[in-house]
Design a protein around this ligand. Structure first.
Ligand SMILES: CC(C)(COP(=O)(O)OP(=O)(O)OC[C@H]1O[C@@H](n2cnc3c(N)ncnc32)[C@H](O)[C@@H]1OP(=O)(O)O)[C@@H](O)C(=O)NCCC(=O)NCCS
Length: 186
């Protein structure tokens, strides 16, 4: 799907381009990112080139995936994507470069994306699904702050580096409050 541009107080969400290759390559060397996100390890130049090139271009044409670059002051900070499923649902995924974490950037990006995704004039979704490997506290804090409801552990539901592992699952419905909910294992 064509990538709509979204703006928040601090951030601009727009398309990832080939000019982002160096930043993506650098950010994806990070141990913490590699621990939680299924990027190739070791992360080679070719992986960054593929991600900002074919992957981003395919996403801009695909009916099932939209990928946004998260920028502020013209600098790429990270990415966020939605994978669309039938009948108004999508799964969200995201990461930030190490030096941009802990500043509330992903909470701000996710909140903006959620609002846009639920608007009739936006994506018209009714459900957004979040999941992470069990123990990804930083990601869970972001989802909780955006109002997602924790639904539990799904056993061996994710394949991560060729191993089946348990995941945390949470969902936000269009009619839900955007206030943090109870029940998270945090
Ligand atoms: C997950 C991630 C996107 C969060 O983005 P962020 O912009 O740093 O998130 P925010 O600043 O909005 O909030 C994160 C909060 O969690 C806290 N936090 C992060 N990691 C934590 C941890 N391991 N234990 C406890 N708290 C943690 C931060 O201190 C911050 O809290 P604060 O605002 O009270 O200081 C970022 O940490 C990241 O890119 N991680 C690596 C990739 C990843 O895990 N992606 C998600 C895959 S599901």
């Amino acid at each position: 799907m064509h990538t709509p541009t979204l703006e928040t107080d601090r951030l601009l969400l727009d398309s990832l381009t080939e000019r982002d290759e160096d930043a993506v390559y650098r950010y994806c060397q990070d141990d913490e990112l590699q621990r939680w996100v299924p990027v190739p390890v070791p992360y080679e130049r070719a992986s960054a080139r593929f991600f900002v090139g074919k992957y981003a271009k395919d996403a801009s044409l695909s009916p099932t995936l939209t990928l946004w670059a998260i920028r502020s002051d013209g600098v790429l900070r990270g990415v966020i994507e939605l994978r669309f499923e039938p009948l108004g649902s999508a799964t969200v995924g995201f990461w930030l470069g190490r030096e941009h974490r802990g500043l509330g950037i992903m909470t701000e990006a996710l909140q903006a994306l959620v609002e846009y995704a639920f608007e009739e004039d936006g994506l018209g979704l009714t459900r957004i699904h979040w999941e992470s490997l069990v123990g990804n506290v930083g990601s869970a804090i972001v989802a909780r702050r955006a109002g997602f409801h924790f639904e539990g552990v799904s056993r061996q539901s994710l394949v991560h580096r060729d191993i089946r592992v348990d995941s945390w699952q949470a969902v936000l419905l269009r009619g839900d409050s955007r206030e943090p909910s109870e029940g998270w294992p945090l």
